[in-house]
Design a protein around this ligand. Structure first.
Ligand code: TRP
Length: 329
């Protein structure tokens, strides 16, 4: 039996956080055992907002190294940069001619991003979802693991693919959004009613996978809690509840057992323990990431191999599409 195929596009505009690690990334290794997976660092999407060339290059490599460090084996999975496979841009153009402005006008992410970026509402930002559709359709992906915020883009991809197939026959596989079993939702350490986010201005609100053990422990010591000094999970105690969630994830224990463990401890000791658990858990990934980044030649060779495999698979779809449209072949 052939395995179902998964395509996942990963933004490279920053270092993964503890929030994205526990919320999504920790599922990837499991996915890669069950499915035939492509993980693509979507650098073409990144330039829909202005990027500094050095930073773009650095973060692209950093993200690829994180994917590997977090357990995605490049022998088993196809790992690559979007900009290394020209078929993405090519299919994107073709699909532009099958996507309606009315549809793109409705995209929530476009509305949000253009409100934030009034001085640079470029055409790429507008057709971003069409490039995303091309990413997915090129590889005949069955499933696309995404967060809730991307569901609309997947729906659009399905609509475009269906429209194309209706005209030209059965060319594209219609993909489905795959919302993996919910990982934990991790909140900001400084403002625990908001999601932990790498765009938060307060560096203490967010733990990066690249943070040193010392830095991690310090951030947890400074975590905002409340004045009641009992370690209990409850809606009225968002800070403590968040720390309990993190501790439970890190230790594999149940929340109730974590509460019991710290029943007689003050917040100081509890925060220290959470910080240490996180630091200890993340250390091997951080070390592995550093090891991978110490040999850029090898990392680039992995990316080149990935791009070659991706390009071969993409070429099959693209050839079918071009023939169907009526280009001279
Ligand atoms: N738009 C996605 C995000 O913001 C990233 C992405 C680009 C993507 N292409 C994709 C995700 C294809 C899934 C499939 O997270």
């Amino acid at each position: 039996m052939t395995q179902k195929r998964i395509f996942s596009g990963i933004q490279s505009t920053g270092i993964p956080t503890l929030g994205s690690f526990l919320g999504a990334i920790s599922n990837w290794e499991k996915l890669s055992a069950e499915y035939d997976c492509l993980f693509c660092v979507v650098d073409l999407h990144a330039i829909t907002v202005r990027q500094n060339p050095e930073t773009l290059r650095k973060y692209g490599r950093e993200m690829l190294a994180w994917l590997i460090a977090l357990g995605l084996n490049p022998e088993k999975n196809i790992l690559y940069y979007q900009s290394h496979v020209p078929a993405h841009a090519e299919l994107s153009w073709l699909l532009n001619c099958f996507a309606y402005m009315g549809e793109l006008n409705r995209m929530t992410q476009f509305k949000v991003k253009s409100a934030k970026n009034e001085e640079n509402i470029n055409v790429g930002l507008y057709s971003y979802p069409v490039l995303q559709a091309a990413d997915i359709l090129l590889y005949r992906a069955d499933l696309v693991p995404v967060g809730e915020d991307q569901r609309q883009h997947i729906e659009l991809c399905r609509d475009i693919a269906g429209r194309f197939n209706k005209i030209y026959g059965d060319i594209f596989t219609i993909p489905e959004a795959y919302i993996p079993p919910v990982g934990a939702k991790i909140m900001s350490l400084q403002n625990p009613t908001e999601k932990m986010s790498k765009s938060d201005e307060n560096v203490n609100s967010c733990v990066y996978l690249s943070d040193s053990p010392d830095a991690i422990i310090k951030k947890f010591k400074r975590a905002v809690t409340d004045s009641d000094n009992t370690v209990k999970f409850s809606q009225e105690k968002p800070g403590i509840s968040n720390l309990l969630t993190i501790y439970a994830c890190m230790t594999g224990k149940k929340i109730a057992d974590c509460e019991a463990e710290f029943a007689d401890a003050g917040y100081g000791a509890f925060k220290q323990a959470v910080g240490e658990a996180v630091a200890q858990n993340l250390a091997p990934y951080r070390d592995e990431h550093a090891r991978i980044m110490s040999d850029i030649g090898e990392l680039d060779a992995i990316a080149a191999k990935g791009a070659k495999k991706a390009a071969e698979s993409a070429a099959e779809t693209l050839a079918k599409v071009k023939k169907a449209i009526g280009f001279v072949v």
